[in-house]
Design a protein around this ligand. Structure first.
Ligand code: EPZ
Length: 424
């Protein structure tokens, strides 16, 4: 397992180019199942999760070809309607093939994703929606089996706003007979990007980005031809890096409007912004002020930025309250930040962060994707050389992170560990 060695204390300066959004690329890749032909997707980031989705599609009989940063998927000969446990356990977003498979082929057998470090993350709402659309659902041996002669339009209310639940059912509805209404739908930019890709394929979708989405089913769709949006969480991570290092970073190829709530909180903490066309210059203070946050579905403060923001608050002048409302176990990074000298304690879903003057280098371990990003953020400020273990978590969502950091003046190197046959 690879390790990152980061020597902290430098003010990072310069320019960094943001990669395409992982959480937009994955559903758009799954949408290729909805049409026969050659699907072409641009600005697809070179990440482990993208390769996993590619393996899953190939396992179904599609031809998957990737060269930075384009994914080409030929879906003329899909003949295996299964997403096996071995692939789903590596990447929960594999469940995104469920809706398209049932919509196009009338059948699917997808492993239930199981829990992950940040929570149980069930897919009951995905299943509820497909049942409402007329699919017959059986749960057997850890798999969900769905069959339907042809899905029919339905009105589906989500008790909880779910991003991939909205995406799965929006895709399923594009080929259903009749109109589907999704209520309390997720409003994330990645949902809107998927809707735009589907509309370009010939789907009839209104209201994506609002909490009610209307989809009128059609008989067939054209292959995907779409370029995904920039990654707003990578953008937010580099904004936080400018904030914690007192740096001056111009982030290029990004859409700061997708991070409005987050930017407001960084501004309150004393981080400066200069917006330019398609890029933003971010200037960090010597020491950030303490700011309280509470995560919420979009357009609220993104849960995927909570861990990185906590690292920033760990050296703030004052105490801040950080409340996580989306996942039940998304404080795994706290124990690691404590090893670096942070002063944090949490009860239930709220953490109290008392800013300290200095963080100290330590051996720390990544536990999930955004926790690993939070450790990178902290290590860039800490005195001394921090070693971050299990950086395969980081590689899931950040393309060439150490190269981008080095181009900004960071002292970071990767130590190769022994190859893993399968990931824990
Ligand atoms: C998506 O996960 C993202 N992943 C996550 O990003 C992100 O943290 C999350 O949305 C919230 O924004 C992708 O888009 C691939 P949810 P998703 O369904 O769709 C509960 C990252 O860092 N729920 O919106 O799985 C669920 O347990 C990843 O890139 C149900 O109870 O999240 C959670 O508490 C991490 N039943 C809440 O809803 C369901 O059927 C929101 O989950 C579905 C969800």
């Amino acid at each position: 397992m690879d390790r990152l060695i980061i020597k902290g204390g430098r003010r990072l300066k310069g320019e960094v180019e943001i990669s395409g959004a992982k959480n937009a690329a994955l559903p758009v890749m799954a949408a290729s199942i909805l049409a026969a032909g050659e699907n072409s997707i641009g600005r697809v980031p070179d990440l482990r999760d993208v390769k996993t989705m590619g393996r899953l599609l190939a396992n179904m009989g599609a031809e998957f070809h990737y060269e930075p940063h384009r994914a080409v998927i030929k879906t003329n000969r899909i003949k295996n309607f299964e997403a096996p446990y071995e692939l789903v356990k590596e990447m929960r977003a594999s469940v995104l093939v469920l809706g398209p498979m049932v919509a196009r082929y009338g059948r699917a057998r997808v492993s239930l994703p199981g829990g992950c470090a940040i929570g149980a993350r069930p897919i009951n709402l995905h299943i509820m929606g497909l049942e409402k659309m007329g699919a017959k659902i059986e749960l057997e041996a850890g798999y969900v089996k769905a069959t339907a002669k042809r899905l029919k339009g339905a009105t589906i209310y989500f008790d909880i706003s779910t991003v991939t639940g909205t995406e799965n059912l929006m895709m399923a509805a594009t080929l259903a007979k009749g109109v589907t209404i999704l209520e309390n739908a997720a409003r994330e930019p990645e949902v809107v990007d998927l809707a735009n890709a589907l509309i370009a394929m010939g789907a009839r979708i209104k209201g994506a980005g609002e909490s009610v989405i209307e989809i009128e089913g059609t008989e067939e769709l054209k292959p995907v031809n779409h370029t995904v949006i920039p990654d707003r969480i990578e953008t937010g991570t580099f904004m936080t890096i400018a904030g914690i290092t007192g740096g001056d970073i111009t982030i290029k190829g990004c859409m700061p409007e997708h991070l409005h709530a987050f930017v407001i909180k960084l501004e309150e903490a004393g981080v400066g912004f200069e917006n330019k066309a398609g890029s933003v210059r971010v200037i960090g203070p010597a020491r950030p002020g303490a700011v309280d946050i509470e995560t919420a579905p979009y357009p609220g403060f993104p849960t995927d930025m909570q861990a990185q923001f906590m690292a920033l608050m760990s050296i703030a002048s004052g105490a801040s309250l950080i409340t996580e409302t989306i996942f039940e176990n998304r404080f795994m990074h706290v124990a690691e930040l404590l090893r670096m000298g942070a002063d944090i304690n949490f009860r239930g879903s709220t953490a109290t962060v008392k800013g300290v003057k200095k963080l100290k280098a330590a051996n720390v371990m990544a536990t999930d994707l955004r926790a690993s990003a939070s450790l990178v953020v902290a290590a860039l400020r800490a005195e001394g050389e921090t070693t971050i273990h299990r950086v395969y978590h980081l590689d899931r969502g950040y393309e060439k992170m150490e190269e981008k950091l080095r181009s900004l003046g960071a002292d970071v190197k990767r130590e190769r560990g022994k190859r893993l046959t399968s990931l824990p």
